[in-house]
Design a protein around this ligand. Structure first.
Ligand code: ZN
Length: 498
């Protein structure tokens, strides 16, 4: 780069966590439903949030780089990304590389578990396509979700990879700042980073990445933190993997960014993998059946505060359809009072409720529409107590400030249960999903969320007790042995060994 010219850094986001067992394809509509934004809209929507993009933009401002931000896309986890969708977002990034040349560096916010209909390793393919249009030494820094399945292709093609270190994920901004600082040091000629990734024979491990209580994940993160002081080690990430993506490299991985590549870094990464292997059977949470959870809820003294129940098996944040009904059915049958349920994805039921109008009585069949194998629709009569446009801003701690648009949303009161029905599929990890619809959580004794673990950041502080319910009825149940894996490398724990 010539002296005096301002550095130009391309920033983009293309995220997806693909549940390959889902029959819902991931299309441009899926991205539009969550986030698909272009150009000047990107800083307008994301600048003052806790997102990776905000950190990238701040790094540009701090370092005097000129940001180029063609596209940011994120979709709720679902089935494979269609070829058209992948091509559209990838081409938008590549066109910007060409049209905005010269570009001195690239920063990408990715998830790291994208599987497409035409290619297994979505992020690897994206990087491959980008590399076809850049000099081999143009530095690329990427951030990944803690639940990334990191492939060799990704580690070969990116110079800097940093993954979140918290689950619930509340450190996107900090992780992206770390990646951006390594990029700055690279551009300034201080370091020449390279990535080394290692995997074990595991589909799932490190307690699925939970960092809310001491356990396998916090222990391996601590080992990684100590290793980071070793000569030449720039950053270490532990990815717990996303087991519901059936691809060759699925599972936990350890990733070292080092100054130059040497076999000793592979040995370090292997020792961390070994630690994950040794702890593979340890879990920091206990899951309950629906029967056990209902028994616990109905027998508690009323003075005991708020019970928060997680509908673990149908978590839209992991690709669950968001409309499975067995837990809600059990709540209705138990005639729970002062209860709230968030959320059931059912655009048809939402329309029926809207037609009845506010205060009207609606007779509807809710949920169970996408795959009734996970629970039939429930026929209910309820009162429509709220109708909203489904627009809200997350209050955090996770992704605080991020705008969300769920589409038309209603609260249907069935007996003592306020049920939030939505037109979009969203994981319920923020209190605003209820509060924007005027569900007063301070008056609830039972709150149920379709979420596996992220809900703890926002709902933990108001819960007197948390029960994680794995009904088996959903695409994110931990019954791995019942899923039709075809592509993951074998043998692999826990499919082939205990
Ligand atoms: Zn994650």
């Amino acid at each position: 780069m010539g002296e005096g010219r301002q550095r130009r850094v391309l920033i983009a986001g293309f995220k997806h966590e693909t549940n390959t067992f889902s029959q819902l394809p991931t299309t441009l509509d899926s991205y539009n439903a969550r986030a698909l934004i272009y150009g000047a809209e990107i800083p307008k929507k994301l600048r003052h949030t806790k997102s990776e993009i905000a950190a990238f933009l701040d790094a540009c401002a701090t370092n005097g780089w000129q940001p180029i931000h063609p596209v940011y896309g994120d979709a709720t986890p679902s089935g494979k990304v269609t070829e058209d969708t992948f091509e559209h977002i990838t081409t938008t990034i590549i066109n910007a590389l060409r049209d905005e040349a010269p570009v001195d560096a690239i920063m990408l916010a990715l998830h790291g578990a994208m599987v497409c209909t035409h290619v297994e390793d979505g992020e690897g393919e994206l990087l491959h396509r980008i590399r076809e249009h850049t000099e081999p030494d143009l530095p690329i820094a990427i951030t990944l979700d803690l639940h990334a399945n990191v492939t060799d292709q990704m580690a070969d093609l990116a110079d800097i990879i940093v993954a979140y270190r918290t689950y619930p994920h509340i450190d996107q901004y900090e992780i992206a700042s770390e990646a951006a600082e390594l990029l700055r040091r690279t551009l300034d000629g201080e370091i020449r980073p390279a990535c080394t990734v290692r995997r074990g024979n595991m589909l799932d491990g490190a307690d699925h990445g939970r960092t809310t209580a001491p356990g396998p994940m916090t222990e391996v993160l601590e080992s990684a933190r100590k290793m980071t002081s070793n000569e030449g080690v720039l950053s270490i990430s532990i990815a717990a993997g996303f087991p519901w993506a059936d691809m060759r490299d699925t599972g936990p991985s350890t990733l070292i960014v080092s100054n130059g590549k040497k076999s000793e870094y592979a040995d370090m990464a292997d020792s961390l993998i070994d630690q994950i292997w040794q702890s593979r059977s340890r879990q920091s949470i206990q899951t309950f059946t629906i029967e056990a959870a209902m028994a616990s809820v109905t027998s508690r003294p009323t003075s005991e505060g708020t019970f928060v129940l997680a509908d673990y098996a149908d978590n839209p944040g992991g690709g669950g359809y968001g409309d499975s009904t067995p837990l809600l059915r059990a709540m209705i049958e138990a005639d729970l009072q002062d209860a709230a349920y968030g959320m059931i994805y059912d655009p048809v039921a939402v329309q029926t409720c809207i037609e009845q109008g506010l205060g009207g009585h609606a007779v509807v069949a809710i949920g169970g529409k996408i795959d009734p194998h996970f629970g039939e629709p429930i026929a209910v009569t309820g009162r429509v107590v709220t109708i909203t446009d489904g627009k809200l801003r997350l209050e955090g701690p996770m992704m605080a400030g991020t705008p969300v648009d769920m589409g038309p949303t209603v609260v249907l009161q069935v007996g003592g249960i306020d049920i939030v029905l939505t037109s979009g599929r969203f994981q319920c990890y923020d209190r605003m999903y209820f509060e924007h619809a005027r569900v007063d959580l301070t008056r609830k004794s039972v709150i149920v969320v379709k979420s596996a673990h992220h809900f703890r950041a926002a709902f933990g502080p108001i819960a007197s007790q948390i029960l994680v319910v794995d009904s088996g009825a959903g695409l994110t149940s931990k019954n791995f042995r019942e899923l039709p894996y075809e592509n993951v490398r074998r043998p692999v724990y826990p499919l082939d060994m205990d």
